[in-house]
Design a binder for this molecule. Structure first.
Ligand code: PAF
Length: 280
């Protein structure tokens, strides 16, 4: 695996691969890699001639300076994992390399960014659109891979792709979970041992709630899930919405769409955990 740190080297390498008609799979990450990221890389490996992964803790998508400062950074281990996952090129730039001057672009992300994470984390999705659009322009991938844990993020990226007319296939990949059900996340390492023990309750309660789709109205089910999660030690639900899988708009009734998705954010102590479940 070759590590590339400069934009110039990245773009030159990608132009050459394009000229050779190679398909390129891109896996954008912020590092602190876990099995969830690796599943994206392995899928990219199967579906493309060349795999590029980026490792960049993007400052413009953090609306909370403490979250940015405490975000885990584990470059050496990441490089080993990427090598094992069959990544050909790891793009690991500095902040100055990616943002030689401030990125002042404001994307019209519309309704998909107006709910849930949008109002909770002002500027977050615009920052995601900034970095992902830069990566797309630099790498010009054939396909780009994103995990469904950040379900709303995928909708935002699809919107950005439409706005910018990128010819890139966005591939969404299922959530990877620990054996006890907790969704894999780079933030899980910040949980204390006691918090880590109760954190799987999020997925357990969500999974149990799918069986109640035919007995409870949407609002009733939402209230029940929030009450059960908030009854767990350390846990406080920030929001739980049941939304249309493409527009991200909350549904009023189960019949509004075939597969509504329940999207949740829970504080476990001061660690913000996010998860979702399909009400198929
Ligand atoms: O999902 C993430 O890790 C980040 O939001 C992404 C897509 C790599 C952009 O920084």
């Amino acid at each position: 695996m070759k590590v590339i740190r400069s934009v110039k080297e990245l773009t030159e390498t990608m132009v050459q691969l394009r000229n050779e008609n190679k398909s390129i799979g891109l896996v954008p990450t912020m590092g602190a890699l876990h099995a969830g990221h690796l599943s994206l890389m392995e899928r990219a490996r199967k579906e493309n001639d060349v795999v590029v992964a980026s490792v960049f803790v993007n400052p413009t998508q953090f609306n909370n300076p403490t979250d940015l400062a405490t975000y885990p950074r584990t470059e050496e281990a990441d490089c080993r994992l990427m090598t094992d996952a069959g990544v050909d090129y790891a793009f690991i730039p500095s902040v100055e390399e990616v943002y030689p001057e401030p990125d002042t672009r404001v994307f019209d992300l519309g309704e998909v960014a107006a709910v849930m994470e949008g109002p909770m984390r002002p500027g977050h999705f615009n920052g995601v659109a900034q970095i992902v659009s830069k990566l797309f322009a630099m790498v010009t991938p054939t396909r780009a891979y994103f995990g469904e844990k950040d379900f709303q993020q995928i909708a935002v990226i699809r919107r950005m792709v439409q706005l910018e007319n990128f010819e890139i296939e966005i591939v969404d990949c299922p959530i990877k979970r620990h054996d006890d059900g907790l969704a894999m996340s780079s933030r899980n390492v910040r949980l204390t041992p006691d918090q880590r023990k109760v954190a799987p309750a999020i997925h357990r309660i969500l999974a149990e709630s799918t069986g109640l789709k035919h007995t409870l109205a949407v609002e009733e089910l939402k209230r029940k899930v929030i009450a059960e999660i908030d009854a767990q030690p350390f846990m406080k639900t920030e929001y739980f919405e049941i939304v249309h899988p493409l527009t991200m708009q909350p549904v009023a009734s189960w019949s509004d769409t075939d597969i509504p998705v329940g999207c949740i954010t829970v504080y476990c102590g001061d660690v913000r955990l996010i998860d979702n479940i399909k009400y198929a």
